[in-house]
Design a protein around this ligand. Structure first.
Ligand SMILES: Nc1ncnc2c1ncn2[C@@H]1O[C@H](COP(=O)(O)OP(=O)(O)O)[C@@H](O)[C@H]1O
Ligand SMILES: [Mg+2]
Length: 254
């Protein structure tokens, strides 16, 4: 059954697949099922965490929680702070959607003009049935939001531009190459658990030390985000591969 799955919704399952791989697990932020005690332990350890719906998408329901001199959370553009953990937890129970959640080590993402950004790496099977990284793009968050998703007021931009104030020339292209290769390695690994998959889209956050972190693996990645780039070369390739992989067949039959 598992082998024939076309998509996996559960972020928890997808995280556990990554953790099976010794080389890849160091790129995965610590992740646990959300509960009062897990939230408290994760806040004490990491000071900043992301609380997100296990089956979410488009950044919906994603909450950033911090512990400094106070406890603080932000969901959408709304931020609130609390003197006690109990106060925070009670408010979060109301703010959360009524679904199962995860709590994940928060990554202090790089910024571009004071806005956080992350990256989406697209990896697809080519006509020779080999994995190939076909697209990469940066996504800048709305200035007052804590998620970068395009469908949550994020702005897709060329990764070269966003990395421009952090890396230059050859270093920058080598770095992008390493992200592309990380996407490829993740696809190869996913293949072992899910041989039927032909496309994945990896959300990679980059911290202040330029270490990449895998925030999420998408098993039905949106090809159209690449249409946001002025240069259409990447988009056309991604679309060509998506068609060849039968991405749009099911939608048409409906
Ligand atoms: N652990 C984290 N650290 C920092 N930012 C995160 C973290 N997890 C998620 N985010 C931010 O929230 C966005 C949405 O989270 P993600 O896990 O990709 O869920 P969704 O399915 O809603 O896209 C990410 O693209 C990123 O901008
Ligand atoms: Mg995502």
């Amino acid at each position: 059954m598992v082998n024939r799955a076309r998509t996996i919704g559960s972020k928890w399952v997808k995280t556990k697949v990554l953790l099976l791989n010794k080389e890849l697990r160091r790129f995965v932020p610590e992740t646990r099922v959300y509960s009062q005690s897990n939230l408290l332990q994760m806040l004490n350890k990491h000071k900043m965490v992301y609380v997100k719906p296990n089956n979410g998408s488009c950044g919906q329901g994603v909450i950033r929680v911090e512990k400094n001199d106070k406890y603080r959370y932000q969901a959408g553009k709304i931020a609130k702070s609390f003197g006690t953990f109990q106060g925070l937890f009670a408010a979060l129970s109301k703010a959360k959607l009524n679904r199962s959640y995860l709590v994940q080590q928060g990554i202090h993402l790089l910024t571009h003009q004071k806005r956080i950004f992350d990256t989406r790496i697209m990896v697809q099977k080519n006509t020779h049935k080999k994995w190939e990284t076909t697209g990469y793009i940066g996504r800048v968050a709305h200035p007052r939001k804590i998620v970068t998703n395009f469908h949550n007021s994020g702005k897709p931009l060329p990764l070269e531009l966003l990395l421009g104030s952090h890396l230059k020339n050859q270093q920058k292209s080598d770095y992008i190459q390493s992200l592309r290769h990380l996407g490829y390695r993740i696809a190869k690994h996913y293949q072992k658990s899910y041989p039927g998959f032909k496309e994945i889209g990896v959300d990679i956050g980059i911290d202040k030390h330029l270490k990449p972190w895998v925030l999420e693996v998408n098993t039905a990645p949106d090809p159209f985000i690449f249409n946001q780039l002025k240069n259409k070369k990447m988009f056309f390739k991604v679309l060509r591969y998506a068609r060849a992989n039968g991405r749009f067949l099911r939608a048409k039959r409906k």
